[in-house]
Design a protein around this ligand. Structure first.
Ligand code: ADP
Ligand code: MG
Length: 615
């Protein structure tokens, strides 16, 4: 009897492996563009003939390869992206299995040109059916250009299996859009048979979305931003009226990698419940950042499914983030943020944070968000939550319907819980007089239910905000004329922006006239309470803020304007006893004394219980 087991020849092994990685032109396109992105390209050109059946070429301006690496790149399991097993769990690049080029070269005729900046000459390699036919130095501009011709020319069954050009092009477009969304800063061009499909300049996410999905979306995008210590969610959702009859514009990216998840989709769709028709699909483009060790995306090179360590938490956060965004942009005025019971009871939410973890969080940039109880959408630590609820209960003894007295173990409450009437009554204690103590940036006073700790600057911010808002609504123009008009010169784009908010600024007390040049302005009057010397800076802050915050709707701009101005105008200082008292009174006369316009807690009440726990 003779032995019958043989090792597969390389080219056959590669062809078989290729079957997993490269199913159609779209999969090759994905791999090649991802390589270009990984190579740090800022500009990528995709050229197809016959939807990629004839030719797929990707030209990038990335870092290129040395002659040796160029040759190596076609070997199976050849990758520059992981070196040790731990790297597998920290993956930040697109590819890492080192299979794509080997697979493509096994089933097509490939020509590669590449040059690293520091090398005088580049390298050109021709390879087909895994066999290198030539490798020579070549003069080349820089970056990398890969041409893949006649995909599956040597696997007729697969070639035959390819669909019509229209269908294959559709697949390519899908991949292209996903990568282009994930990398808005990279410029992309895409041509098929000489016809330009897309020409996308590098820009921000919003610009990229509009150029990919249509500028008609402009009015319909709501920004989502939810930064927690477990997951960071960013991106945009479409307003309910922009929901589609077809499942078109729905994108999840986890750590910047496109994924499909029916589960997460459910979380989003659920948040839209009651706002869109049952058979409609909400638009979303959402980026979730998670510790790569807590998510398993790369079970398979072409797989787009994910597994999280704790997907229920992901679900809860995502749903809450969407609800919050809808609520914030006044799309759904009165939805509640309660989490569903099965999620409330999850260990991960019930267990207090470990000291170590807390330390970590405190050190991180997320802490600010984390620590502000006013972030209505943030899940607080259970004990804090309970305590705060008890304080609220003492504070608003019989207030039905606010949700505060209800014993919900975990509530994402909206900041609109304070009742000014009750508050000012509360403030007058038995003796009728009051003293306010100042210590650093804090004010301390008492009321019936306990000791009030108050943040001076935040209180000022709230007071000024409401004052400005009132002025704007009353359309009164209270202005303080400047002795010497201030001249400002803006960039063309800032000038456009300023023009758009000019009428709002006028209502706030600004007198701004166009100056000599086309982007010059003259400030002749400012709101009465702006500090001298700050006239110009304030305007620049406002414009900057409007540019940075992505909401482009008029209303939204107005709020940003008010928020920025009140933030900048709120300057804490040492107050006389009377001033301190006035400040407290003014705060409690506000319609929303508890939170700053951007949701930070302004004061806390320490009840007797709280104090006895301390002393
Ligand atoms: P992987 O991307 O998983 O590492 P590939 O087969 O896609 O595997 O690529 C192999 C290697 O070739 C990469 O790790 C990278 O070092 C190099 N490479 C591929 N494409 C490019 C490119 N466009 N620019 C620079 N280097 C590239
Ligand atoms: Mg790759």
């Amino acid at each position: 009897m003779s032995d019958i087991i043989q090792l597969l020849p390389d080219h056959l092994a590669n062809q078989i492996a290729a079957g997993e990685v490269i199913q159609r032109p779209a999969s090759a396109v994905k791999e090649l563009i991802e390589n270009a992105v990984d190579a740090g390209a800022t500009s990528i050109h995709l050229i197809l003939k016959d939807a990629g059946k004839e030719l797929i070429q990707v030209v990038d301006n990335g870092k290129g390869m040395s002659a040796m690496d160029a040759r190596m790149s076609f070997e199976r399991h050849a990758t520059s992206k992981i070196k040790k097993i731990e790297d597998l769990f920290e993956i930040r690049t697109k590819g890492f299995r080192g299979e794509a080029l080997a697979s493509i070269a096994a089933v097509a005729q490939v020509s590669l040109k590449t040059r690293q900046e520091e090398d005088p000459l580049g390298t050109q390699i021709e390879i087909a059916s895994s066999a290198v036919t030539s490798q020579e130095p070549v003069a080349f501009a820089g970056g990398t250009s890969i041409s893949v011709k006649n995909l599956f020319f040597n696997v007729p069954a697969r070639r035959h299996f390819l669909k019509s050009n229209t269908t294959e092009l559709k697949h390519v477009l899908d991949e292209f859009i996903r990568i282009a969304l994930a990398h808005p800063d990279v410029a992309f061009r895409f041509t098929n048979n000489g016809i330009e499909q897309y020409n996308l300049p590098g820009g921000n996410l919003k610009q990229r979305i509009l150029s990919l999905l249509g500028s008609g979306m402009d009015r319909n995008l709501i920004p989502v931003e939810e930064l927690t210590d477990v997951v960071q969610i960013r991106g945009f959702i479409g307003k309910p009226e922009a929901a589609n009859r077809t499942r078109g514009n729905q994108f999840f990216f986890i750590n910047n990698r496109f994924i499909k998840s029916a589960y997460l989709n459910h979380a989003v769709t659920n948040a839209f419940e009651g706002l869109i028709a049952k058979d409609a699909f909400p638009t979303y483009i959402l980026f979730l950042e998670i510790d790569p060790r807590k998510v398993d995306v790369n079970v398979h090179p072409t797989k787009q499914e994910v597994k999280f360590d704790d997907d229920k938490i992901m679900y809860a956060y995502l749903q809450a983030a969407i609800k919050f965004a809808l609520n914030k942009y006044n799309v759904a005025p009165s939805i509640d943020f309660s989490l569903d019971a099965s999620i409330q009871n999850l260990d991960a939410l019930k267990m207090p944070m470990t000291q170590h973890r807390e330390q970590e969080v405190r050190g991180g940039y997320l802490y600010d968000k984390f620590s502000s109880a006013g972030q209505a959408h943030f899940i607080e630590r259970q004990e804090d939550r309970k305590q705060w609820q008890q304080q609220q209960k003492a504070f608003f003894p019989e207030m039905p319907g606010t949700g505060l007295n209800a014993e919900k173990p975990m509530v994402f409450d909206t900041p609109s819980v304070a009742q000014p009437m009750l508050l000012s009554e509360e403030l007058v204690d038995e003796t009728g007089s009051k003293s306010v103590i100042q210590w650093k940036e804090y004010l301390i006073t008492t009321m019936k239910s306990g000791v009030v700790l108050l943040h001076q600057r935040r209180a000022l911010e709230r007071i000024i905000f409401e004052k400005l808002e009132e002025r704007m609504q009353a359309r009164e123009h209270v202005s303080q004329q400047l002795l010497f008009p201030v001249l400002i010169e803006l960039s063309p784009s800032d000038a456009v922006l300023l023009n758009e908010v000019l009428s709002d600024l006028y209502l706030l007390g600004y007198d701004i006239k166009p100056g000599q040049g086309s982007h010059d302005y003259e400030i002749t009057g400012v709101p009465s309470d702006i500090q001298g010397g700050q006239e110009q800076q304030m305007l620049e802050w406002v414009l900057e803020q409007i540019k940075n915050e992505s909401g482009q709707v008029v209303d939204e701009r107005r709020t940003i304007l008010l928020r920025t101005m009140s933030r900048k105008m709120a300057l804490p200082r040492t107050l006389s006893a009377e001033q301190a008292q006035n400040l407290v009174d003014e705060l409690f006369a506000c319609s929303q004394p508890q939170y700053t316009p951007d949701g930070k807690l302004i004061f806390r009440i320490l009840s007797q219980n709280d104090l006895s726990a301390l002393l």
